[in-house]
Design a binder for this molecule. Structure first.
Ligand code: SF4
Ligand code: SF4
Length: 374
């Protein structure tokens, strides 16, 4: 775990890279909606800088940070390579101590509910999105094994996603072993600045996953995949977990990265007109923009370009819970653009975006991988 001194040093290094050019304002969803400099990346960088220097943060400033989606669209646009995502995490950790008690209590309850499987699963089935479709194709004993990140909410909400992946991988000669997922990947705790809890989950996962002798760890929720690929950045280089985290991160691939060089011609495809929503964690976080589209195009799907595809749909982890008004506006804008080509189905790469978008449309929203297990 990193000390405050190291965190401050890191924050300063990131802040120094910003040349105040303002290019990022054009691609920031909250600046686009609110038009306030302090709801832009440049404004938030300024707020974090002054708060760390003065050891203070006003409630108004906390609001500006809370409205940030952590979509990292600004990072994709920034010509100076400012690591805004890392900076805002440092700023938020500092801000957390300044919050009023009622905010701390509310955030604590939401976080515990989402990250405690026994609590979430007791009501999660009420929000179930889909059932596993069709038969299970069993792998042969000699198939190469890969570890599939089951996800903490995905198996309850949309079990057809992991079912589809297992079947597809069986057809391709792999056996997907699902992680015995007792813990979330740590993203929810990290987003809500509960770093000690996040680190406990990260360490637990690293130890458990390294016990399994596999070359690849497959993720199908781009939010979780991003978090896992970034595990090493949570530790000092002198921490024994740093090396272990690097091994886990290097083994981790999004399902699209794993499939891109495989022969998919033997798969049964569900043929429908689709629109693809590329999650921020896929395009800005993992920097895998266009990968899923290229696979779908190769398989014969016609994809119409989506207006403002770089802007967040408003899901963004727990954002839809804490910022419902902005989240709904972003969802409505995203659905308007996705539906403009009259698709029969919207597909995406992240369970959070899937559930969020489905609440705003009657058109089925699925994970794109489900199309390949038709
Ligand atoms: S974050 Fe990057 S794009 Fe935005 S103002 Fe700073 S240097 Fe310019
Ligand atoms: S992460 Fe997204 S919402 Fe936050 S400042 Fe950057 S572009 Fe704006």
């Amino acid at each position: 775990m990193q000390t405050n001194h190291i965190q401050n040093q890191k924050a300063n290094e990131i802040i120094r890279k910003c040349v105040h050019c303002g290019f990022c304002l054009a691609t920031c969803p909250t600046y686009q909606l609110l038009g306030d400099e302090l709801d832009s990346p440049r404004g938030r960088i300024y707020l974090i800088k002054s708060s760390l220097e003065n050891n203070n943060f006003s409630m108004k400033s906390i609001g500006h940070l809370d409205r940030c989606l952590t979509c990292r669209s600004c990072e994709t646009t920034c010509p100076s390579g400012v690591e805004y995502g890392k900076l805002v995490d440092i700023g938020r950790e500092f801000v957390e101590t300044k919050r009023p008690v009622w905010q701390k209590a509310y955030r604590f309850s939401v976080r515990k509910f989402l990250t405690t499987p026994v609590l979430f699963n007791s009501v999660g089935f009420l929000f179930k999105h889909s059932k596993a479709k069709g038969e299970t194709i069993n792998p042969k004993a000699n198939f190469e094994k890969v570890l599939l990140l089951g996800g903490c909410v995905q198996p309850t909400l949309a079990p057809n996603i992991n079912h589809s992946i297992k079947n597809i991988l069986s057809k391709l000669g792999y056996e997907a072993i699902e992680t015995p997922q007792k813990e979330c990947c740590g993203a929810v705790d990290q987003h809500l600045s509960a770093m000690d809890d996040a680190l406990a989950k990260v360490k637990y996962n690293i130890d458990k996953w390294l016990e399994v002798d596999v070359e690849w760890i497959i993720s199908s929720a781009s939010g979780c995949g991003l978090m896992v690929k970034d595990y090493a950045s949570m530790f000092d280089e002198s921490d024994p977990y740093y090396q272990k985290a690097q091994i886990v991160s290097k083994k981790t691939q999004d399902i699209a990265e794993f499939l891109v060089d495989k022969d998919l011609s033997q798969l049964n495809l569900e043929r429908v007109d689709i629109a693809y929503q590329e999650p921020c964690t896929m395009q800005h976080g993992q920097q895998l923009s266009g990968l899923v589209e290229s696979i779908l195009n190769t398989l014969g799907y016609q994809l119409t370009p989506v207006v403002d595809a770089h802007l967040c749909c408003g899901s963004a982890g727990t954002y839809s819970i804490f910022q419902p008004k902005l989240s709904k506006q972003l969802k409505a804008d995203k659905l308007k653009h996705l539906q403009s080509s009259n698709p029969q189905m919207i597909v995406t790469s992240n369970i959070g975006c899937l559930m969020h978008l489905q609440k705003g449309t009657k058109i089925p929203v699925k994970h794109w991988i489900e199309l390949l297990n038709g």
